[in-house]
Design a protein around this ligand. Sequence first.
Ligand SMILES: Cc1cc2nc3c(=O)[nH]c(=O)nc-3n(C[C@H](O)[C@H](O)[C@H](O)COP(=O)(O)O)c2cc1C
Length: 170
Amino acid sequence: MLKSYPIGKSTVELPCSVVAISAKSGAQQGAMTASAMYVSQVPALILVSIAKSLATYELIEKSKAFAINILSENQIALAKKLASVHGKGVDKLKELKVATSAASTVKAPLIDGCFGYIECKVKGSFSDVEGDHAIYIGEAVSFKLDKSLKPLVWLENKYFKVGSECKLKV
Ligand SMILES: Cc1cc2nc3c(=O)[nH]c(=O)nc-3n(C[C@H](O)[C@H](O)[C@H](O)COP(=O)(O)O)c2cc1C
């Protein structure tokens, strides 16, 4: 039965991707748990929204690039860690002993063991929208996937694994 809920609940009832956005500027690198969505398929443009108070925001502002590490269902502990530790002034990935390798096209660390990696160059940004977040539109310049793994989904403040495909019954 259809019911009305408080407006604020609408953001947690919308199923979202679970990614780690990583970035690097000089010797400083970091990553944070976030969600990402696509804006356009051709060209491949992806949107991320980052609070301006975060370490990752500062890194993207300086480098104008980031990597989207699509977390796998084995990486819930990592998703929680990257969401609860703030990386200002520290190398968060080293501090948390997260294994990484260098991205191929942009200057950003890639986190080992992810379902996929989308390297992005910042194509545009909006920081004058309501609220304390900056929106970045990234142009995908490299894409890698490990199809032996499954991605995570975020719903009702909980992590879910992707289930079986829903097919139309004929
Ligand atoms: C599932 C999930 C999604 C999140 N998505 C975002 C997001 O899209 N944007 C954001 O600014 N923070 C998001 N956060 C919170 C950040 O991950 C958190 O503030 C993080 O500690 C920031 O790290 P940093 O200061 O090292 O950049 C999310 C947290 C979780 C658990």
